[in-house]
Design a protein around this ligand. Structure first.
Ligand code: NAP
Length: 292
């Protein structure tokens, strides 16, 4: 019988732990950690993500500020705001919600963020520091996965971990984390759309982390009995039985894969809830390391 990795419950526990720590800080005369989110335009998905981030701040006892711009803001104006936040001692961390409008160079904005306030962990300095095993802010989704493996006491050291997908926000940082001695300490294989031996690789994996955005891609014939399967995929697929007309589908064919597994994450309720939660732990980390 497989064990379900409950990301929702784990995230709630971690948020309660953070809230407890914040109340201790406040009781000792400190100020609350402060996260700022910049939202440009009115993209539906971004509105929801930012709203959930603000709610998570409330749950953790953080101060949060939402800065909104219409999508005609210029790149220079946005860079000016980033610079202002970099130098604002009342702000511990800030995020610029992606995607940005086409006329703004996302990479230029990203590179302008001070790594000490980059709680998304997307700046080149943080990615580089993480790759070198230095103190850094690790991006939320891979950090959340590592936290789940840790909290469920799933052994990773010396295990074979196969990661499907090589994106900058999930696959690549996940590979770094799983490979490094102080974190996963696993033997890591990264597969992508041009990997010819993908099935052979997953079949010999102790841990599979699927982050490709292809619904039901990982099937029973690709999984070794007893393996741990982490499903990052969240693709909207039409579902007439739902009020909003869609449901979120993972990259793993859950019904046939789960019975083979030692541990498996569901979609939704697995990796997803951990992502925002890790943004909160990064904000607390920024406060504790760098607050003036
Ligand atoms: P992405 O930028 O969309 O890239 C997808 C990756 O999957 C690429 O490396 C691609 O290979 C690979 N890929 C695509 N089709 C493949 C196939 N048939 N076989 C093998 N590899 C294939 O990835 P992402 O942004 O990391 O997103 C992946 C999924 O995770 C999406 O469903 C996304 O919504 C979800 N996600 C969830 C969370 C969360 O918090 N739950 C966070 C982030 C992302 P190439 O490089 O060769 O093109």
């Amino acid at each position: 019988m497989y064990s379900l990795i409950d990301g929702k419950a784990t995230a709630a526990t971690i948020k309660a732990e953070i809230a407890e720590r914040v109340e201790e800080i406040v009781k000792n005369g400190g100020r609350r950690p402060h996260l700022v989110a910049i939202l440009v335009g009115h993209d539906g998905g971004s509105e929801t993500y930012v709203k959930n981030k603000v709610l998570a701040c409330e749950a953790c006892g953080f101060k949060s500020t939402l800065i909104r711009y219409e999508d005609d803001i210029t790149e220079e104006e946005l860079l000016k705001k980033v610079d202002e936040l970099n130098h604002d001692d009342s702000v511990d961390g800030f995020i610029v919600q992606l995607p940005l409008p086409k006329h703004i160079d996302e990479q230029r904005i990203n590179e302008a963020i001070d790594w000490k306030k980059d709680v998304d962990g997307f700046t080149p300095v943080n990615v580089g520091r993480m790759s070198l095993g230095l103190p850094s802010f690790v991006s939320a989704t891979p950090k959340g996965i590592l936290e789940l493996l840790l909290r469920y006491n799933i052994p990773t050291s010396g295990k074979k971990c196969v990661i499907l997908g090589r994106s900058n926000i999930v696959g690549k940082p996940m590979a770094q984390l799983m490979m490094q001695k102080q974190w996963g300490d696993s033997t890591v294989v990264v597969c992508h759309s041009h990997s010819p031996q993908l099935k052979e690789e997953t079949r010999s994996a102790d841990i599979i982390i699927a982050a490709i955005g292809r619904p039901d891609f990982v099937t029973a014939d690709m999984v070794k009995p007893g393996a741990t399967v982490i499903d990052v995929g969240t693709t909207r697929v039409p579902d007439a039985s739902r009020k909003n007309g869609f449901r979120l589908n993972g990259d793993v064919k859950f019904d046939e894969v789960a019975p083979l597994c030692g541990f498996i994450t569901p979609v939704p309720g697995g990796v997803g809830p951990m992502t925002i939660c890790m943004l909160m732990t990064n904000t607390l980390q920024a406060y504790e390391q760098f607050a003036k």
